[in-house]
Design a protein around this ligand. Sequence first.
Ligand SMILES: *[C@@H]1O[C@H](CO)[C@@H](O)[C@H](O)[C@H]1NC(C)=O
Ligand SMILES: *[C@@H]1O[C@H](CO)[C@@H](O)[C@H](O)[C@H]1NC(C)=O
Ligand SMILES: *[C@@H]1O[C@H](CO)[C@@H](O)[C@H](O)[C@H]1NC(C)=O
Ligand SMILES: *[C@@H]1O[C@H](CO)[C@@H](O)[C@H](O)[C@H]1NC(C)=O
Ligand SMILES: *[C@@H]1O[C@H](CO)[C@@H](O)[C@H](O)[C@H]1NC(C)=O
Length: 637
Amino acid sequence: MNIFLLITLIIIQRSHGVIYELNDTEYDKMPPLFHLEPYGPCVHEPGGVYCTVELKLVSDVPSEIMTTIEEYSLRREMNLNHSRLNRGVCVTRTCKDYLSQNTSADLNLVLEGCLNDTLWKQYKLKSKLSTEVLCNDLDNKVDVDYGDVAVAVICLAILILNIVGSLYDFWFISNKESKGNNFLICFSIRRNWKRLVACPAYSHDQRLRRFKGFNGLRTISIIMIIIEHSLLPFIIAPNDSHELERKYNYILYHLFIDGGLMVQTFFVMSGCLLSYKLQLYAEKRDINWTMIPKWILQRWLRLTPSYALVLAITTTWLRFAGLVPLWQRAVGVEVKDCRRDGWLNLIYLNNYIDESQCMPQTWYIASNMQLYVSCLIILTLVTNVTARKIVLAVLFVVSLIIPACHTYIQNSDAGLIISTETVRDYFVKDRKFNYSYKSEHTNFSNYILGLSLGMLIYYLQKNEFSVEKYKKFKLVYWATLPAMLILLPSGSFFYFFQNSSALYIKAIYSGVAKPLFGSIIVLIILGMTFKLENFYRGILEWNGWTSPARVSYSAYILHVLFVRSLTGTRSTLIHVSIAHVILCNLGTVIITYLAAYPYWLLVEAPAVALSKVIFSLGPKQKSKAESELRKNERIPA
Ligand SMILES: *[C@@H]1O[C@H](CO)[C@@H](O)[C@H](O)[C@H]1NC(C)=O
Ligand SMILES: *[C@@H]1O[C@H](CO)[C@@H](O)[C@H](O)[C@H]1NC(C)=O
Ligand SMILES: *[C@@H]1O[C@H](CO)[C@@H](O)[C@H](O)[C@H]1NC(C)=O
Ligand SMILES: *[C@@H]1O[C@H](CO)[C@@H](O)[C@H](O)[C@H]1NC(C)=O
Ligand SMILES: *[C@@H]1O[C@H](CO)[C@@H](O)[C@H](O)[C@H]1NC(C)=O
């Protein structure tokens, strides 16, 4: 498939009027995209005013540089838009002359005039301000408000509950058999720690143990996702934008940049666990519609408290993580959007809202919740095996068609293009991301693959399927990893090898790419559950993945907080080199996990335990298999 794509696309057909590459001499004739004057010395001066602004370059007279800039920027997948400049200016120093000329003048006019002048002197270009001017002057001071205090009180209360719970567990319940106060014991750090490091994680049911490799899959995928998100500062504030663009021009780097398909792994795993769990449940009890609200509520209770706390922190304290004028766009916008749309996150509908930047990474959690609800309803209403197969097959076909139609009708890109320019706008202006990347109905296919996989594994286990005669296919199995590595950046083949491929090819690709990636994951999981070989399985089933996999939901909801704060507290541009990129990747992963462990212990584990307590108050007694399974299904899935 990919080789086919490569061959068809390799016919390089460059369109006119687009400049693909510039050498350094020519490049440096263009004004630098990003420039920040020193921040500290400016604001430390009495009355110092530091402002940031985005400019749009214009030219009143025909200009050679302007033409170069426009043509170079047309290559929007790889190159930055060089007619948008970001500037941080110490107004009280750099624009002193303009201020002294007219002290009562509007700051916007002063800045525009001042920048017009500098640009004219150096490049014979002029500019217009295209965003509001953000300054550190006194009106913009950020004060602690009631919301901040409330969130701080909640955090403190959680901490105190944990301390009290742990002390209670330590002193009053020496006898391990005794259960003690159900409520307080949920907060016992000692018990939660034991749960965190318990290994192996799975129940006495031999069948469930075969899912151990999910730990590895989950942890590796999360780490890849964090690594990708941690590239943010390099894209929105590089000190050498040419170097950044050159890296974008190597397809090898797109392995790291285009990780959009990676998240599909979670849809497969999640679907697989749902259908498997339902079948185990059906062994002991009848499946009927009354369980639908109960399961949904259970899931909501399990996921929401820890999510809500991160949301609350994002809405309040995060705004102190940005130097006001510099990183309003990196941090402040999210805070503002969360105040407006945050409630949608809590009912898991935020993926259908455009232009909200409130915890954008959680589109996945919302989408997965919606898929869970729809598929739970489908599977509980259709219990007959044959009928289920038919329904799933029909849905699968539909799920292939929907994304293709989206691409065709909206005339959009084949895959999500993670270009520098879309990242610079935090995807808000990207049509692909907006509607067809993050919504539920375009991610159906892999969830259905997952559901079918769960049914297949259950069926094969029941019939004591023997893998022996398939062992000769080991090589095919080992080919899954290289296939994944080719598929991940395959969306970018479209613009690497041809500037504009036919729309219908793009449409077909966008229908097929996700399920193709999902099928690879399905193969890996199948081989793993039936012990086809020991190499991949050994890696994925390594005991060391157990506890990172348990905290992976915490890590997922927390990591963007750190990416944003690490960007927001910078006062200089960042150097683009592989060493720095790796440093930043590793640093973000480590910080995220260092925070995710305590977060799991203090917040997520007690919340999950509490939700179980709430449910066991009800009249029904849970079956053992069910509670084991719940333990097993650790989300972001
Ligand atoms: C860059 O390109 C220009 C025009 O194509 C050429 O005149 C110049 O010599 C080149 N500079 C270098 C360093 O290659
Ligand atoms: C670059 O940005 C300017 C200003 O926002 C815009 O007018 C122009 O269309 C953009 N160019 C491309 C190729 O997107
Ligand atoms: C100063 O600015 C004000 C308001 O922008 C304007 O009306 C006035 O003419 C300006 N004076 C000078 C000397 O430029
Ligand atoms: C800066 O230059 C642009 C383009 O010529 C012009 O529209 C704008 O009014 C100028 N700004 C000032 C403050 O002179
Ligand atoms: C996002 O998609 C919706 C629905 O297609 C559309 O109405 C909206 O204008 C889009 N927004 C952007 C920024 O493309």
